[in-house]
Design a protein. Structure first.
Length: 325
């Protein structure tokens, strides 16, 4: 065993998943399609310790998700108690996918520290047990996540250099999201009258989204991604009790992005389980889009990002990608 540090970028879903077909194995009920945010990252360091310690953004925590994940991992591998130190350079637990980059970096760091010799596909499976979207953060660029039975496969559709898009993230709140994704997804499946329609619409949107990404068809992707976002939030609103992640600034940003597109700027919005708005645009207009969003009522700040690469081991030239079998 040796200490190891890995980092991973968060990803944002363009065709979203919300709902699981197997809660225990954390299998998404639908495929999803995402892009990686290169200028945001979570860095995680692993070392053996006398007793288990988890430190997130400088604070020692007891995190039930991480504990359950480690228990599962210990069912497969013989691991000593660990000191896990993880920090993100962006707001955590607010719908900015910190659990995706967190579990991707954690999986890669442990795999490296204990020479577990996991293939990329195996890393994706372990990361997914922690957070469904984490499997997508091990790859860079545009990534699809699909399941066959209880096995999921993440695959790269375009790498980070193949389509010159960028993302302006409008931060619209300081608070942590009200309901975590696991509890929210279960509630939607159990209470929303729209759940089956959402599954059907997402499967169709995924196929169309794949074609749009492969063809680098911005207009088609804008339409598909905005519809998937609104449909997911409609499902959330129709859940009992309602899952309302948006605030007034979220709506103001949707309005601003819609107006920019009417004015001929290639930009579209997407929003995950939180109030922040991600505006995806062509890279040459990201400064303009960021400036306009920063003037929107209720926006605290705007983070600009390019598209990111795969999760990586730090202090080493070897990338996170090992054999992809
Ligand atoms: O990764 P999870 O299981 O916490 O769920 C992520 C859910 C969304 O971010 C809202 C959508 C998605 O596909 O990433």
């Amino acid at each position: 065993m040796h200490a190891a540090t890995a980092y991973a970028h968060p990803n944002i879903a363009l065709v979203k998943y919300w709902g699981k077909s197997n809660d225990d194995l954390n299998v998404p009920a639908t495929p999803s399609l995402a892009l990686t945010l290169g200028d945001l990252r979570t860095t995680t360091r692993i070392e053996a310790a006398a007793s288990e310690v988890v430190v997130v953004d400088g604070h020692q925590v007891r995190d039930a998700k991480i504990e359950r994940w480690l228990e599962r991992l210990r069912g497969a591998f013989n691991l000593p108690p660990l000191r896990i130190e993880s920090s993100s350079d962006f707001p955590a637990n607010s719908g900015l996918a910190s659990s995706a980059s967190g579990f991707a970096a954690l999986t890669l760091a442990i795999s490296s520290a204990f020479d577990l010799d996991l293939s990329l596909q195996e890393q994706c499976e372990w990361a997914r047990f922690g957070s469904g979207s984490a499997a997508r953060s091990l790859h860079g660029g545009f990534v699809a996540l699909e399941s066959e039975g209880d096995v999921c496969r993440a695959s790269q559709i375009l790498d980070e250099n193949e389509w010159n898009l960028a993302i302006a993230v409008a931060i619209t709140s300081d608070s942590v999201k009200s309901t975590g994704s696991t509890a929210g997804m279960t509630a939607s499946r159990e209470t929303s009258p729209f759940y089956d329609g959402w599954l059907r619409a997402t499967i169709e949107a995924f196929d169309l989204g794949l074609v749009a990404v492969k063809n680098k068809d911005f207009d088609a992707l804008a339409k598909i991604a905005e519809a998937s976002c609104r449909q997911m939030h409609a499902l959330m609103l129709s859940t009992e009790p309602a899952l309302i992640y948006w605030n007034a600034a979220t709506l103001n940003c949707i309005d601003a992005v819609t107006r920019m597109r009417k004015d001929g700027i290639n930009v579209f919005y997407t929003i995950d389980a939180g109030s922040h708005v991600k505006a995806v645009c062509e890279a040459d207009v990201v400064t303009r889009v960021s400036e306009q969003l920063s003037r929107v009522d209720g926006v605290h700040s705007v983070i600009g990002s390019g598209i990111g690469g795969p999760a990586q081991i730090k202090d080493s030239s070897s990338p996170g990608k090992v054999s992809d079998d």
